[in-house]
Design a protein around this ligand. Structure first.
Ligand code: MG
Length: 375
């Protein structure tokens, strides 16, 4: 049989993503392709400069440390990224030390995602961002080999990608007013609360705009009755949902709040990986998946599927990241209810170009893999 480029690509896609794509569409493709190259991982540290000081309930910062990875295979390069906001406990030192322990050269077929990523997960516990930067680069590489964006390989319709929110950090009314005006191209805003000036934050934004608002309290409310009272007030102000209203340890209070809340609640800090999803059914209405928590795209895809089966809402979020990790997360966005994919828009020194926000909406391109180019 003549192996043209189209059949070649289809065969590779079928080999790697067989569970996700009907196999009968590849019935005419050859069954075996021998691959002989090695996977070569390289990485470098990089410091993201934030456009504005970023303040949430517990801290402020002006930079975010990241590690940028590349996986090279037979002349193609997949890009990945680990982002380490300090509260998650990883650092450039911990990520590079993890990556030095990873031996990808033992693998000669990037489509063996199960083998490779199960091995990577076993190298050491935790290190979720470090694992994500390998997962992302590997997915990017696979997309480049078959010359297709990931959302197509997953069978997703890019026009179903949601609006993305843009985040307004906690600040003085003057600064909040300014930031809200700067964010006028977004159709949804996400407002950080939990530092005692909640009503002032919302009222200031409402002076400028009527767009729907997501609220993220970052565990800032400690009393469930006061939290419920505030959620009722927020509902009147056009808030869509409340993310991580209470400390992640107050599980019973959270379950009570979710049961009584007129708005959906979303778990973020409380929640990391696939094994957490079922535990939080009934405690929160939904989950905020981030690649830096989920160890990357493969597990995030599974988490979305499980959460939907449990009738939970799904949000996809990000850290402050370059367009690399943000564009990777965007590939999954047609599957979710809400997106908060603005991490690349909060920095001054991006090194990639990728997913765009057009009229407030996550807009996926036709580039293969995670859909990025180096700047
Ligand atoms: Mg959050």
């Amino acid at each position: 049989m003549h192996l043209n480029r189209r059949n070649f690509a289809k065969t590779l896609a079928a080999a790697s993503l067989g569970a996700l794509i009907p196999t009968n569409s590849f019935a005419s493709a050859p069954a075996i392709i021998k691959r002989s190259g090695k996977l070569k991982l390289s990485f470098r540290t990089y410091e993201l400069q934030l456009t504005h000081t970023f303040t949430v309930a517990s801290y402020s910062r002006n930079t975010t440390p990241v590690v940028l990875t590349e996986i090279e295979y037979e002349g193609l390069i997949g890009y990945g990224e680990a982002s380490m906001p300090p509260y998650l406990g990883e650092s450039q030192a911990s990520v590079t030390s993890f990556l030095k322990k990873v031996d990808l050269e033992q693998f000669n077929d990037p489509f063996r995602l199960d083998d490779i990523l199960t091995y990577v997960d076993s190298v050491d516990k935790n290190n979720r961002a470090a694992k994500a930067c390998i997962d992302i680069a590997l997915h990017d590489l696979i997309g480049k080999i078959v010359n297709q964006p990931l959302y197509k390989l997953w069978g997703l319709n890019p026009t179903k990608a949601p609006m993305t929110s843009f985040t307004i950090g906690i600040d003085t009314p003057e600064v909040v007013r300014e930031k809200t005006k700067e964010a006028s191209r977004f159709e949804v805003l996400k407002v950080k609360l939990g530092k005692g000036n909640d009503k002032e934050m919302i009222n200031t934004i409402r002076e400028i705009t009527d767009v729907p608002l997501y609220v993220d309290v970052n565990q800032g409310w400690k009393d469930k009755n006061k939290a419920l009272e505030m959620i009722h007030w927020l509902k009147e102000k056009g808030i869509v949902f409340v993310e991580q209203p209470m400390p992640k340890t107050q599980i019973d209070d959270m379950a009570w709040l979710t049961e009584n809340s007129p708005l959906p609640t979303v778990a973020d800090e409380a929640f990391q990986r696939l094994s957490d999803v079922a535990k939080f059914k009934g405690v929160y209405s939904g989950i905020n998946i981030k690649l830096m928590k989920s160890t990357g795209l493969r597990e995030a895809h599974k988490m979305i599927t499980v959460a939907k089966a449990l009738d939970m809402k799904v949000m996809i979020g990000c850290m402050t990241e370059t367009s690399c990790a943000v564009s990777a997360a965007a590939q999954l966005s047609p599957m979710v209810d809400w997106a908060d994919l603005d991490g690349n828009l909060l920095i001054d020194n991006d090194v990639y170009e990728g997913m765009k926000v057009v009229k407030g909406k996550v807009t996926l391109n036709e580039l293969p893999g995670i859909g990025i180019k180096k700047l």
